[in-house]
Design a protein around this ligand. Structure first.
Ligand SMILES: NC(=O)c1ccc[n+]([C@@H]2O[C@H](COP(=O)([O-])OP(=O)(O)OC[C@H]3O[C@@H](n4cnc5c(N)ncnc54)[C@H](O)[C@@H]3O)[C@@H](O)[C@H]2O)c1
Length: 419
């Protein structure tokens, strides 16, 4: 059966998108070069958690609307080709476009007039025009007249894909008016408002959506470290800032990372007009695990040979996504202190211990992820019962509601009102 749309890269963005197209009645080819991923989808198993997608995949399994392939060239059998490949950053602050370049090189000999190429991946400003230029250079296409290219960035929050694909304004930055119209006609199936713009504005809108969040969270993280320096309580100061103040406010501290926030700012930083400004934002967020480990050492002394429990490996609450999580950095730092590290996370694929096992005899417990399951009096009770006599709890998220970044479990229980 001829496909309407192909999706190259069945990751956390591409797979829910491919399923959603198929759910709207389109014939879809999903392409990925990871055989395990393809096997899982073929067997009707989601390779990661995304709300509602298990049921959707099961439903689609009974239809023949989702075909799978490991060959990028098969994408050219559909008129619409959507690229959802990873776009990491090199460590020297430059977008790593190898995935996109390689897919383009595979596709180029197979492209024909009428094809529409959508870049759904997050990309540095200028990348859509580069891709259009690359196709024109290698095949001589008149982009915007014969072959169509647009950036249509993904801004959906993990865990909310199926809900937000039909509500979040869909930004389309076409190379030429017709590219914008043709790609919009594909995404219209979801029913969300379509906002047409230029490619570079679409690119900037996406990366700045994430830069704003990354910066917003860096401020309370910096304040947390400043408060520690001045002997102040960060949660009290945040309350003083925000209480009944009508002009905005400050977020709360925490581990701010994940594969998008940790790298998307570099797509601005690589040609920045204020070089270093966003790097400083990154340094603040990246310093939080160091700050917490140093705070523990100041209170307890060296950690060598002492049991430390880390609750949470995911980069944010209630997801199984561990990519670029600061919890991993925390674990590495603790291991470098020669601590005996135990880990518990009920969501992630990495094997971890049960809560009781992880906290038993721990002298320190870090809440590294604010999973809903952790933010309960029961978790604090288990820590109180299982951990060693005076267990230091590090809770930058204020999961336990005691408004203390560092406090002993017994103090926390009193402050949080659980005893
Ligand atoms: N994850 C998110 O929440 C999110 C949100 C918004 C935007 N984005 C952006 O969307 C893009 C994709 O992100 P992701 O998290 O889905 O990435 P991902 O790494 O989870 O998925 C990429 C997929 O592409 C496959 N792949 C890699 N190279 C391939 C190749 N040459 N041929 C075929 N398949 C190949 C991989 O096996 C993987 O399944 C990135 O640009 C990211 O920045 C991600």
């Amino acid at each position: 059966m001829p496909a309407d749309v192909s999706v190259i890269g069945l990751g956390r963005v591409g797979l829910p998108l491919a399923l959603s197209f198929a759910d709207r009645g389109l014939n879809v080819i999903g392409i990925d070069n990871d055989p395990e991923r393809l096997d899982a989808v073929r067997a009707g198993r989601m390779p990661f958690q995304e709300t509602g997608t298990d049921e959707l995949l099961e439903r689609l399994h009974a239809t023949d609307r989702l075909a799978l392939s490991d060959r990028v060239t098969d994408a050219a059998t559909a008129e619409h080709i959507v690229i959802t490949l990873g776009t990491p950053s090199f460590s020297h602050i430059e977008i790593d476009m190898r995935g996109i370049r390689s897919a383009l090189d595979d596709l180029i000999p197979h492209l024909r007039p009428g094809h529409a190429l959508t870049l759904r991946s997050t990309i540095a400003p200028g990348t859509t025009e580069f891709v259009a230029g690359y196709l024109a250079k290698h095949r001589g296409f008149d982009i915007g007249e014969e072959v169509f290219v647009a950036h249509c960035p993904e801004r959906i929050a993990a865990g909310h894909f199926l809900e937000e694909i039909q509500t979040l304004p869909c930004i389309v930055g076409g190379v030429g008016e017709r590219s914008g119209e043709i790609v919009a006609s594909l995404f219209e199936v979801f029913g969300a408002p379509i906002v047409q713009t230029t490619p570079v504005q679409a690119e900037l809108a996406k990366i700045w959506t994430n830069i704003i969040r990354y910066t917003q969270f860096a401020l309370p993280n910096l304040l947390m470290m400043d408060c520690d320096q001045y002997g102040a309580n960060v949660f009290d100061v945040i309350d003083l800032i925000n209480r009944d103040y009508p002009r905005g406010g400050i977020e709360r501290p925490g581990f701010t990372a994940g594969s998008c926030l940790r790298k998307d700012f570099t797509f601005s930083e690589e040609r920045s007009n204020a070089p270093g400004m966003l790097l400083a934002v990154s340094r603040v967020n990246e310093t939080v695990p160091h700050f917490l480990v140093s705070g523990v050492k100041r209170r307890l002394g060296a950690l060598a040979g002492r049991k430390v429990a880390v609750l949470g490996l995911a980069f944010k609450a209630d997801t199984d996504d561990e990519r670029d999580s600061l919890a991993h950095k925390l674990v590495r730092l603790l291991e470098r202190e020669l601590a005996d590290v135990a880990i518990h996370d009920p969501h992630v694929a990495t094997p971890t211990q049960e809560l009781d096992e992880a906290v038993t005899d721990a002298e320190v417990v870090f809440v590294a992820t604010n999973h809903t399951a952790f933010c309960s009096p029961q978790t604090l009770e288990r820590i109180g019962e299982c951990a060693s006599g005076e267990c230091l709890v590090v809770d930058p998220w204020n999961c336990f509601g005691a408004a203390q970044v560092f406090a002993y479990a017994s103090e926390l229980a009193i402050l949080a009102g659980t005893v």
